[in-house]
Design a protein. Structure first.
Length: 652
């Protein structure tokens, strides 16, 4: 695992520039660093030593030095590829997976990407053809950002490295702000910075003779569907998952596993434990909210498999955590990232590599909206006049309950979703707790709306949904999630939160071979009536204790706002009523004030919306206002309660 940087073009690649960029991402690789520079090109890297600790220094070259390469990530099938390349006559100087890419490129060029199983972002300089070849893995587990201007192209694993080379890049993208407030993530190639782009997952970039070409090299096929029996499908999944977990355990340093107590991470940990036994270290983080603390279920799994288990309970804090979250992510943070940052810090004390369950929801069918699709259609069949009567006489009069997944939230969600169909329903489902079109119309100034030039923030979702026109509606939703929310939110947070503490996170579910099999499994074996994850639960019956199988899905994200409610009530007026996004003409001050007032008076639950505004405001002050993390911590400290915030009355 590393952080990579580089540039190509007139005057590019000075040692001073490369050093500044590498220093900005030292946390991604504190063990080693290296650079390559010649006229018009420079590559740099920071290394976290995982494989071939002594010999894996980068950049790595071919035999005559005409190809130079830097890699962020891991190639899990590198041993098989190495044997094949040796048989073809290639000579290896290291055991590193990075060198495999060099020789694979020599033989297969851009087609090499079809051969890889891994998580990666790499950059290769081909001196003979004066070509820069940059690629990102299938699901976007590893980040890659770039910018072009004045005949030069620069790239880096994190935006902060590009800003270190050119501070003038720190300008806000209006569309990204709109998309974040709508969906909680920004879809590549857009980023929060107007002149910085993100290379999309499963794409490569070639810069040659002053021109740049970007192409997709892979997509996830959802058909034709397998015709295996349920038992045969389950057996095949068991075999494939055992294989991919074993590949993800490849390491010359100790490996751990996140153990949330939920089905995804627990299943991964169970397979890892069967390989490593008591050598496996497992890590759990609990939050003090009602019956949602995952520590007891995680402890039961650890006991069953005899792992070395580490657990902590954390009460997250906006004031203490938000500035460093923003510094780690380079963009506004999702509430999930607070707990993940704490979990990463705890885990990094013990191991350099950790396995997690990301991708399980999208591949096995774990989100509520997948099961809801069928009965939303049934409710939609009720005459509109009856539904309108229910909405007018019942739903609008129900008070908000200010609790996670409250009864009121659920009823209003059902009514709203049933009024839409297809891609529009899916897109609306992701906006419900945030800022939908009506709320944005009140929140944005006319000047800000004009700068958006009519672009719809949810257009990326609608386009992806429409692209799978021959598939089941649930398949379409899972595809859109895989291609948007998964890389743009979950994997982005996972990479940045773990790498902030020099911890490599790996996601075995996202092995392309395993994912391609799962995508072709019929929907009826994933979502059965109101039962989510049908096959995954059947698989869990083979390997997991009852405590895990009987628990409801939860996750870190939404409950956090209710744990931090008292602190938010103090910070929101202090930060948002003096909002610099209002001062600079993006948001309407009266709309922000009304939102805060309604929440403080407990007339309407705006906790998640206020989080988005707080996070965007802190990001704006750091990157546009050029505050340091210390400055932001001081500003939030001034507004924090003088005593520790009490939990909500509805908490345990």
């Amino acid at each position: 695992m590393c952080g990579i940087v580089g540039m190509v073009g007139p005057g590019a690649g000075t040692e001073a520039e490369l050093a500044r960029m590498c220093d900005a991402i030292r946390h991604r690789g504190p063990d080693d660093w290296g650079t390559f520079a010649e006229e018009g090109v420079g590559l740099g890297m920071r290394r976290l030593s995982i494989i071939d600790l002594a010999g894996g220094h980068q950049p790595i070259a071919n035999e005559d030095g005409s190809v130079q390469l830097v890699l962020n990530g891991e190639i899990y099938n590198h041993d098989a590829l190495r044997r094949e390349l040796v048989a073809r006559g290639h000579t290896f100087r290291t055991r590193a997976d990075t060198e495999v890419l060099v020789h694979l490129y020599e033989d297969e060029g851009e087609r090499m990407l079809q051969r890889l199983r891994g998580m990666f972002a790499f950059a290769l300089w081909d001196r003979r053809h004066r070509r820069l070849f940059v690629a990102r893995d299938h699901f976007g587990q590893k980040p890659l950002f770039y910018t072009e201007g004045a005949g030069r192209l620069a790239f880096a694993s994190e935006i902060k490295a590009l800003l270190a080379a050119d501070p003038s890049l720190a300008t806000l993208s209006p569309f990204a702000l709109d998309q974040y407030l709508t969906l909680r993530f920004v879809q590549p190639p857009d980023t929060f910075f107007e002149r910085i782009r993100a290379l999309p997952p499963a794409h490569f970039l070639v810069h040659e003779h002053g021109t740049t070409r970007i192409e997709r090299y892979w997509d996830l096929p959802y058909g034709p569907k397998w015709t295996y029996s349920e038992a045969e499908t389950l057996e095949r999944i068991d075999e494939l998952l055992a294989e991919t977990v074993a590949l993800h355990l490849t390491s010359d340093v100790p490996v751990g596993a996140f153990l949330s107590g939920g089905l995804d991470s627990t299943l991964i940990a169970s397979y890892a434990a069967r390989v490593l036994g008591p050598e496996l270290r497992t890590f759990s983080m609990g939050i003090p909210y009602r019956d949602l603390n995952e520590l007891p279920a995680a402890a039961a799994v650890a006991r069953r498999y005899g792992t070395r288990h580490f657990a902590e309970e954390v009460t997250p804090s906006v004031g203490a955590d938000l500035p460093r979250l923003i510094a780690a992510l380079d963009e506004p943070a999702d509430p999930l990232s607070i707990c993940l940052l704490h979990l990463a810090r705890m885990t990094a004390r013990e191991v350099k590599v950790v396995l997690g369950g990301d991708g399980g929801d999208e591949l096995f069918g774990g989100y509520d909206r997948y099961a809801a699709e069928r009965w939303l259609d049934a409710y939609r069949a009720v005459p509109a006049v009856v539904r309108d009567l229910v909405a007018d006489q019942v739903l609008r009069r129900l008070p908000d309950q200010f609790t996670f997944k409250s009864f009121t939230h659920k009823l209003r969600w059902v009514d709203l979703m049933a009024r839409k169909t297809g891609g529009e329903r899916y897109a609306e489902s992701l906006q419900y707790f945030w800022f939908n079109e009506a709320r944005r119309a009140e929140l944005y100034t006319p000047e800000f709306r004009a700068r958006l030039d009519g672009r719809r923030p949810e257009a990326c979702l609608l386009d992806l949904y429409a692209a799978k026109h021959d598939d089941d509606a649930v398949d379409r939703m899972m595809y859109v999630d895989v291609m948007s929310r998964l890389p743009g939110q979950s994997l982005m947070i996972l990479d940045r939160a773990t790498m902030a503490y020099s911890l490599e996170s790996r996601s075995p579910f996202l092995d392309p071979r395993f994912a391609e099999f799962m995508a072709r499994v019929p929907v009826r074996l994933k979502v059965r009536g109101r039962r989510l994850r049908y096959l995954e639960r059947r698989l869990g019956e083979r390997h997991l204790p009852a405590e895990v199988l009987q628990r409801k899905k939860q996750g870190f994200a939404s409950p956090l706002m209710y744990i931090m409610d008292n602190e938010v009530r103090t910070l929101a007026p202090a930060l948002l009523l003096g909002c610099e996004l209002v001062r600079d003409g993006y948001l309407e001050g009266a709309a922000v004030r009304g939102l805060v007032d309604e929440h403080l008076a407990r007339r309407r639950d705006h906790g998640n919306r206020i989080w988005l505004l707080l996070s965007a405001e802190v990001w704006y002050r750091r990157y546009i206002g050029r505050r340091s993390t210390a400055d932001l911590e001081a500003e939030l400290e001034e507004a924090r309660p003088r005593s520790a915030p009490a939990l909500l009355r509805s908490a345990p």
